[in-house]
Design a binder for this molecule. Structure first.
Ligand code: DGJ
Length: 739
């Protein structure tokens, strides 16, 4: 049984293959958390785990119930104002200005499978995958509002997905001041918080710090999940490492303002709240209406952080990503952004396309600058019709030429944006988000469309669909290059203004939903100045994302390594660009640039026509190599062997499901002359299988390669002066094949 309920003790026990999640109905009708962690037997009674201690200077629910002290108890979805003084999971305000709610357990329902949500990206289950959903209804009789807590259990990946829903059956308007998607009250605080902060061109860097009393966590008020913070976080025991120990993982299927908060309380309990950021949010729930929070994903492993990443990667592939693309390999592309920026015409692009074709590249992506009169970033956003000075015969003509060569075609859009210098602004100046009478702050010379307005979404569906139809498009890169300022909804009432952030993102989802439904053959890649919206909300619609605008191989080691904790390789766009690198000015070898990019959705972001013959022949070999091993690079089990956050070397490994093939990439930063003797220990091999490494004559058992290790020779590169020598930023690949 995945979900068990004991009527006698009102205990719910949710089990996955390796975890248990246990909670019960408390005396006052609220739900109380009992346990989350390694699987334990289901019982009718956990009185030891629910033992209460009387604490001084603490309020109690009733005079004759002195041990029911809300500030000490562990809840499933806590409220403020009746004795629990920690940050609450939700807060409502009623018509008379009061803010006390009393949601009491009413009923439960268990359904097989997991249904998607309406209007929000969501996880899903299938009839035969063992997933089950528990929906618990709590009721506040005084105002006639129901609160439904939903728990979907995915046994194979040890994941539980949670969300909450408020339903107003009453007669008065209720304001939801905030509503998190999930809460987890852990009994102690002996954890390290692992988060992934960053900046543009430096996304998702790994940080680990001990929990401390009070509030901590990550959040965004940038109207996007953001470069600066990511909704994925972990809590790990201090001795937990990549390969052993207990760790919890949390993520949110949402792309707007979010908050992942951990509060360590006075008794060393830890309250984890995941959801829409309470700041800049509120929602008017009028009679008859419902409000559904986004979904929060929670998971646990006692096998270390790498195992947690692997179960999440598997979970996303089976239960989040568009199934049309989840299991199909992604095309190798060349994108013209860093090759030409805005300075191109059809002839120039066709040269790149033809060169790409000659080296085996499968798709050409036409980036920014093809529409309106866009020769720099000051104009034309919103004018989604082709610039005839660059494509005199129309974009359909260009698309035909690309397709006739047997290549796929992708096109860049930035749907949510508007330039003041555009036809669209001339026709609909009011479609731009602005606060009446206030300054308008530009970002990259552009402004943002009010995506909460259906007519804006309709316009975008029509204008983008026209281009898709005209070009028989295979792929869209959906960019979003600025955060919103002066947020205000011109069509919303004064008391609805704090709904705007969420309504905006619902409009974005609506556009994605309509475009992906109408054009299922188009593969979407999301992008937000690189990795500014690298989140599960986007991944639901667009199975891959441009990981970062930083294409420097060395920076990419940290960015891709950090990203890999919470997301899979097939979600990460990774391209080879020219040197010196445009973001860092750094020179790295072409083979190192490619080897770093192999561990994602591979492509090129440079002017192929400027490469020498010998470089092009190297590119041809890289493309051939990636095609041969693409399945394992994109979908294989991912192991982090050495971390760029710990030192000079990064190494990653991917392993095929049958463990017959593994590939390791090892990258060094600075060269160490006359370097020490070194063996690398591979992971995830079958201990009893026999392997060759890089076609070696010697045959190794998997147990030898994983325990004794494999000798790592110095990386030798051509040097004019000394013949072969070691070098900065050099790299190695180990191909491990079963005999
Ligand atoms: C930002 C993206 O991240 C880049 O790859 C490129 O598409 C530019 N925008 C185009 O304006």
């Amino acid at each position: 049984m995945t979900i068990e309920y004991s009527d006698a003790s009102k205990i719910f026990h949710l089990q996955t293959k390796h975890t248990s999640y246990v909670f019960h109905v408390l005396e006052n009708g609220e739900l109380g958390q009992i346990y989350y962690g390694t699987k334990i037997h289901a019982k009718d009674n956990y009185s030891n785990l629910t033992t209460r201690e009387l604490k001084d200077a603490t309020v109690a629910w009733k005079i004759d119930k002195p041990d029911f002290q809300p500030d000490i108890l562990k809840f499933e979805y806590s409220a403020l104002g009746s004795g629990d003084f920690r940050f609450p999971a939700f807060q409502l305000t009623f018509n008379n200005g009061s803010r006390i709610s009393e949601f009491k357990y009413a009923s439960y329902e268990i359904k097989s499978g997991k249904r998607r949500l309406d209007g929000l990206p969501a996880t899903f289950g299938f009839a035969d995958d063992g997933s089950q959903t528990l929906i618990i209804t709590l009721r506040d009789e005084t105002v006639g509002v129901d609160l439904q807590l939903s728990y979907s259990v995915f046994p194979d990946q040890d994941v539980i997905v949670r969300s909450s829903k408020f339903i107003n059956h009453g007669t008065e308007r209720v304001v939801i001041d905030h509503a998190f998607s999930s809460e987890l009250d852990l009994p102690d605080s002996n954890y390290d918080l692992i988060e992934f902060p960053g900046a543009w061109a430096r996304e998702r860097h790994f940080t680990r710090s001990k929990l401390k009393p009070g509030y901590q966590g990550a959040g965004s008020l940038r109207t996007a999940s953001s470069h600066q913070a990511n909704p994925f976080m972990m809590l790990a025991r201090p001795d937990t490492g990549e390969n052993s120990g207990e760790v919890f993982g949390f993520n949110l299927v949402y792309s707007g303002n979010f908050l992942d908060q951990v509060e360590v309380d006075q008794f060393d309990g830890s309250r984890v709240l995941i959801g829409i950021n309470p700041n800049e949010f509120s929602w008017n729930l009028t009679p008859g209406e419902t409000f559904q929070t986004p979904e929060a994903v929670q998971t646990f492993s006692n096998q270390g952080i790498n195992a947690l990443s692997q179960q999440l990667a598997d979970f996303y592939q089976q239960h989040l990503v568009n199934q049309r693309y989840a299991h199909s390999t992604r095309p190798i592309l060349v994108n013209n952004w860093e090759a030409t920026y805005f300075n191109f015409n059809e002839n120039k692009l066709m040269e790149i396309v033809k060169t790409a074709k000659s080296v085996g590249i499968e798709m050409f992506v036409l980036d920014d600058g093809w529409f309106g009169e866009r020769n720099d970033d000051t104009t034309s956003l919103g004018d989604w019709f082709v610039d005839k000075s660059k494509f005199p015969n129309g974009i359909g003509h260009f698309a035909n030429q690309v397709h006739e060569l047997g290549m796929k075609l992708g096109v860049w859009f930035e749907p949510e944006m508007i330039s003041k210098q555009s036809q669209l602004y001339g026709e609909h100046p009011d479609w731009m988000i602005q606060t009446p009478g206030r300054h308008q702050t530009p970002g990259r010379n552009q402004f943002v469309l009010d995506m909460s307005r259906p007519e804006v979404v309709d316009y975008l569906v029509d204008s983008i669909s026209k281009i898709i139809d005209e070009t028989q498009l295979d792929y869209i890169k959906w960019d979003m290059n600025r955060y919103i300022t002066e947020m205000y909804g011109q069509k919303l009432a004064a008391n609805q203004q704090l709904e705007m952030g969420h309504r905006y993102i619902l409009g974005v989802y609506d556009l994605y939903e309509r475009l992906t439904k109408a054009h299922p053959e188009v593969l979407f890649e999301s992008c937000a100045s690189g990795g500014g919206r690298f989140d599960l909300g986007m991944m639901y619609y667009a199975p891959q994302a441009w990981t970062s605008d930083d294409t420097d191989a060395v920076e990419r080691m940290k960015i891709q390594h950090g990203t890999s904790y919470g997301y899979s390789q097939s979600m990460m766009g990774a391209h080879v660009s020219a040197v010196p690198n445009d973001q860092t000015g750094r020179y790295t070898e072409l083979n190192t640039r490619a080897r770093v990019a192999y561990f994602g959705d591979f492509g090129y972001e440079l002017d192929l026509t400027k490469m020498t013959d010998s470089e092009l022949s190297e590119v041809r070999k890289q493309v051939e190599f990636y095609k041969k091993y693409r399945e394992v690079f994109q979908f294989g089990k991912f192991y982090r062997l050495e971390s760029p956050f710990n030192g000079n070397v990064t190494s990653w490994q991917v392993v095929s499901p049958d463990r017959d093939l593994a590939i390791v990439g090892r990258f060094q930063l600075l060269n160490i002359p006359n370097s020490p003797y070194l063996r690398i220990k591979f992971k995830g091999l079958d201990p009893d299988k026999q392997y060759r490494v890089n076609g070696s004559e010697e045959i190794f058992y998997g147990d030898e390669l994983m325990n004794a290790g494999y000798f790592v020779p110095e990386i030798l590169t051509n040097s004019k002066k000394q013949g072969l020598r070691t070098a900065d930023f050099s790299s190695q690949l180990f191909i491990i094949k079963a005999v």
